[in-house]
Every structure is written in C-alpha cells, then in structure tokens.
Design a protein around this ligand. Structure first.
Ligand SMILES: [Zn+2]
Length: 137
C-alpha cells in the first residue's frame, strides 16, 4: 500500500544580522561557507564592556559593503595556492572567550588535530632533509 507521510526536518540556517539574508548550510549557493560569524567574550577594558558577549553573523555581501575598504584582497588560485594568510589566527581563542566546557573541549580537540597535522609535516620535512643530506655526501 502506497502511503504518504509528512516529514519534518531541521535546517541549519544562519541569518545575516544586517540584511536578514538566510544562509542555509545545505544550499548550493555557497552563502553558508562565505558567511562571517563573530562571537567572543569581551575582555577587561573592552569597548564592548568587560565580560560581555559580542556576537554577529554577516553574509558575504554585507561583509563586502561594510569592510571592503579595509580588506586586503590578494588574488590567488584556490587549486594552486601561492599565498597563505598573513596571520593564522583562525580558530584561536583566549580561554575566557569560551563559554562552556563543550566549547573548550571542541577547541582543544581542534588544537590537537592541528598539532598532529603540523607534527606530521615536520616529520616529513625532517625526512626530506635527511634524504637530501645523504644525497649530498
Ligand atoms: Zn547581509
């Protein structure tokens, strides 16, 4: 017997705080991956007030409208990159900026993953240097 049933699913949607644009995680428009989320706890002496939480979600269009004059846009090929970000601050947090144990655990796990990846690169580089030194003898 053929039947039909209603199905309820949850979508991950981020709403731009400036223009209200919806950015869906599963959409093919790429807006989700180009969004900017700001979320941190203000520190001592912050213009946002000591200890306050500061949050904002912006779509790429609002990022461009608001920040384009301050951004340094370096042309590059994502399939053959020639440049790296000048400062690798991505996913680096101060402990006071993390609100709960789940966030701290997630950041710690990400740090360990990055450290393992970096360690593997160092081992590969050392191995290459040994091979090169042996070849030069
Ligand atoms: Zn927007």
């Amino acid at each position: 017997m053929l039947q039909q049933r209603p199905v309820t699913t949850l979508q991950h949607v981020n709403i731009c705080d400036r223009c209200g644009k919806e950015m869906q995680r599963d959409a093919i428009d790429g807006e989700w991956s180009e969004r900017l989320t700001i979320s941190f706890r203000a520190g001592y002496g912050s213009v946002f007030g000591d200890g306050n939480i500061v949050e904002c979600d912006l779509c790429q269009h609002c990022i461009k409208d608001l920040l384009e004059r301050y951004l340094r846009i370096i042309h590059d090929d994502s399939f053959d990159p020639k440049h790296k970000p000048q400062v690798e601050r991505y996913r680096i947090y101060q402990d006071y900026q993390l609100c709960d144990e789940a966030q701290k655990t997630a950041v710690w796990e990400e740090f360990k993953r990055l450290a393992r990846a970096h360690s593997k690169k160092l081992e590969e580089r050392e191995q290459q240097m040994k091979i090169q030194a042996a070849a030069e003898k």
